[in-house]
Unconditional design. Sequence first.
Length: 432
Amino acid sequence: MSTDAVAVSGFVALFGLILLRVPVGMAMGLVGVTGFGYLAGIGPALKLISQTSMRTVTDYTFGVIPMFLLMGAFVSASGMSRDLFHTANRFVGHLRGGLGFATIAACAGFAAISGSSVATAATFSTVAYPEMRRFNYPQSFATGVIAAGGTLGAMFPPSTVLVVYGIITEQDIGKLFIAGVIPGLLAVAMYMVTIKLIGLAKPDFLPAGERASWAERVEGLRNIWAPLALFLFVIGGLYGGLFTPTEAGGVGAGGAFVLGLLRGKLSRRDIRRSLLQATRTAAAVFTILIGALLFGYFLTITQTPQKITLFLTDLGLDRYGVLAVIMLMYLVLGCLMDAMAMIILTVPIVFPAIRALGFDPIWFGVIIVMTVELGLIHPPVGMNVFVIKSVIDDVKFSTIFRGVIPFIITDLLRLVLLIAFPILAVYLPSRM
């Protein structure tokens, strides 16, 4: 059997295993080792398992992942998300659709210290949804706002998805973090404009709340000094070159722990639960990483990335046409896989083509993360939609998807803007 036939068989087997609900990391590792063993011998293939596993879990660079996951776990356990939501509500809750504005603002703040889209969606399903329903917001709008706001977790630093992209492509993680700031702020602004337009189109659809006094607003600001200080210290240190991304993760986790204790919001039970949560999530991420690396050896020996690069560059399209084909592929895959699995599986294949076409790898990282995040909210899968449904029992999947459609349109428009104006993503990293 030729190497091309082996490569095609490997991809067919991989997607078959995924459809059979085999964990993505296990499926990639199994196919990678089997394919490599078929072409190079079973002995070298078995050695890859031990060498790759040990090298991955002991690599200093990979230490950034569990550290930022632990930081997000401590932040969630200490109740900072609730403080962010209530403070934002005091400033904009009196506007028509004000609780929607508050949810987006609070999601952005929480995303900036948790780095997880799924965690953001799950948290605000318990924090923001009851408040919106209490003020008679429609279920579709309330859940749609939370689902869209959850995607901000991958854009603002410390984004776990950007970390993994940086590790795979050997790009500066600090620059990737900073590159996501302006696109993340653009997302917040465009989501708020979307809510405003919904309110104007349907005046009776979104109610307005009571106006808070300035004394209440100032009191609210006092309640969120901790997450603001933590974000500014971690990102300021990265931008100023005071510490590396791995060191930033350690500082962020330690800072979140200390701030939680100082605020009296972290009990022994909360600390234990946070440690277990971060450990479980890190173990899942490392399983996918090890599987992807094993699958990567299989791709290397079959020269799949080089052949796909040649295929894409010979399509007769200009480079933006090829980019459109790649983006379309990610939108389709978003119906089948979660964001982390998509990044780990596909980036090693398409990244050589992106470099050959002359695109900036930092800019592409932001673009690709934004595209895979669309998969978290668009039908028929939508990981954020499933998370919200698991937290809120009395809402239908169709209701959530109906509410998220305006935000999907907004995200597509934002994607076009970032492709047309790369400066939005590369300006801040160029100043480092």
